[in-house]
Design a protein around this ligand. Sequence first.
Ligand code: GLA
Length: 387
Amino acid sequence: MNLEERFYQEFGIKSEYKYRAPARINLIGEHIDYNGGKVLPCAISKYITALVSKRNDNIISISSTEIDKHFELNLSCIEYQKEYDWGNYVFGMFYTLLNEGYNISCGLNILVSSDIPLASGLSSSAALLDLICFLTNDIFNLKIENRDIAILAQKCENDFCGLKSGIMDEAAIALGKENKCMLLDCAKFEYKYYNLELNDYSFVVLKTNKPRKLVESKYNERVEECTKALNILKPIYDIENLCDLSTTELVNIKDYLNDDLLYRRVKHVITENNRVNEFIKALQDRKIDHLANILNDSHLSLKNDYEVSGMHLDAIVESAIHAGALGSRMTGAGFGGCAIALIKKSDFNGFKAKVEKEYFEKTNIIPDIFVVKIANGPKVLNNSKKP
Ligand code: GLA
């Protein structure tokens, strides 16, 4: 049964609109978007798709082809409820738009279908938020720019869903460009694109198949630790964000903080921001070995100082290096999920087999390893109701 038939089966009418939004990977700049840092993500060719039809009432009715749960809510009384599960991202986006004064004149039937693995660090939730905002914008002609879609989606994730995330995922998805990575200055929300043409080399995604656990609580804990450190350092350095600090200050910062855990968190943040600048230089100079070393340093910093990796991510990164990757690191929030590796394109099959073997020996889990294309942001696939 195709998606259109499934929609008909679910809602008893034909769908009128079809949209999709991509997932993302982050090449470098991890856990620094909420510290005013620079990050380098790109949208990838894994997608969440939505079929939609308008309703005659004010009900938002949602179904998913992956999760067998159907939810309905009236636009006039949306509230967060744990049992709505993924539905909170959909309802929350409508809540956020209404709260911001946008006019949504009727309810919708929405069927979503996704090949973005859930809870895997590829931002399935930001993709869903961006997608819902994008389709609502299109259907009701709300005139929201893609840049503002990212801001609204982040607002929803922070205020409605309760994750104190930065802007990276929503921006990477809303503003994704084919074959380009996006250097995003999260303090200013300024961005520019760089070609990701690596000739014989390519990035691959390594999915640990260890679902992320505790990610919300641990993520918010890291945000709080950074806020605590910033509050101590702000009056001393007259800074807005931790990423305004430079690595030369690290020795003094250690004394000022006088707390090993906070120091290690700040050390990661400052050195990671530095790595983003170095990565851009290496990318422009096409220094593949240098790019790879930066990836490896980033992983160590996330593992030892920021402590957001974990047994499975470490095992897959280590297996990737043993299998011939030039560099590898976890990507996204961590605590399970995915890593990326930089490999020689022609080595892919051998690389995949070796990582699968070593990772399985270490964890008893078969990983998924795949090549992705760097993709465009959200797209209208079919819009039968518009001229
Ligand atoms: C999650 C968040 C992002 C970012 C990353 C870590 O994906 O949603 O804002 O903080 O973690 O870099």
